[in-house]
Design a protein around this ligand. Sequence first.
Ligand code: EPZ
Length: 414
Amino acid sequence: MAIFQVESGAPLMGEATVHPAKNAALPVIAASLLTAGELVVPEMPDLTDVRAMCDLVAACGANVRREGAAMALSAPQLSPPDTAGLMRFTRASALIMGPMLARLGYARITMPGGCAIGQRPIDLHLKGMSALGAQITTRQGFIELSGALHGAVIYLDLPSVGATENIMMAATLADGVTRIENAAKEPEVVDLAQCLTAMGAQIQGAGTGTVTIRGVYALHGATHQPIPDRIEAGTLCCAVAAAGGSILLRGTRPEQMRALLFKLQEAGTSVSEFPGGLRVRGKAKWPMEIRTLSYPGFPTDMQAPMMVVACTTPGTSVFLETIFENRFMHVPELTRMGACIRVEDRVAVIEGGYRLQGAEVRCPDLRSGAALLLAGLTADGVTRVEDPAGHIDRGYVRLEETLSGLGASVKRIE
Ligand code: EPZ
């Protein structure tokens, strides 16, 4: 349980270094199951989702060793985990399916619980595993997969990030060539492909809609540093656009943040790039139209933080959430702070420019929680963000410290 106390104050000033990406680290942890060798990550972000994923691969037989900022993982022996609880903690637990199946010829996962932002099925993951030769049965809340894998051509009805990653990992050890059509192009998919290639996999086309994997006999250990977290960086950019100021973000890759940076500039915040980072300056001035899309479109994970920016800018903004069916959980909480937002299905209309009022609000999911902290930076009075499920710590490394380091008044009250 975490409670954050936020007060508005001076505009944000200073600089921050962005951490390695949660959504790149989690598939890399799963990839460690593909080899008996040692996979070393020089800087592994200290997130509860990372710890949960490490506990899960350890339950599958992997050795996980934290050495300061670094982490070493190896899986000489594998066994299917029998702890459903571990697998329900994070949606990314489905990512052990591909590696287990490829290495062991067997995998067992729990039916993934949905989560606050939507049903989040894994039908496309299973479609891919079946095409690769897996026999799939469901029993007592578990999904069991077994069989020797062979190459296949797999069309993804949706460019699913997780399904692309899972199938890519399974195909690295399959007998023959696999082609994934309508693959996700997210930078985290490209990063995973780079990690797998360092481990000896043969992968072409990651980052495009068509990814080709030629199976090999075995993978070996490697050292791989996951990419910086473009969503953490984007959240801090939105903090400036909402609360004002001028900050320097080090260790970001602006080329992976184009959609967000263009929309912030259209809204009146200035963004300048320098080698290895970004300078973001000034409150947004104008309303915006945001449509979330798969990469390289506007990221769905940035929708909630960007909506706080829209609340602060005079005029009518329109948001269309095309990826998840229930990703406006922050709206009722922002409304408690005086925001003027109407939601119809996947469309939200924001009448911005009214000063938000501090209030007691509750964090419904990870990105909404971050958005509520940003809202508190712009509100009159004190905002108390209750996070009983610890959502914020799943995806941000001590976000309150990062914001405080930029001059914000954000305190964590355990
Ligand atoms: C990844 O989730 C990210 N998580 C999410 O970040 C991110 O929002 C999402 O990609 C989209 O970019 C990780 O990488 C750990 P999807 P994932 O499969 O893989 C539907 C955060 O806040 N779908 O691309 O689960 C699904 O229901 C999190 O860091 C199917 O229908 O996303 C959703 O509507 C939130 N069948 C859409 O596709 C499937 O088999 C996109 O899902 C798989 C997905």
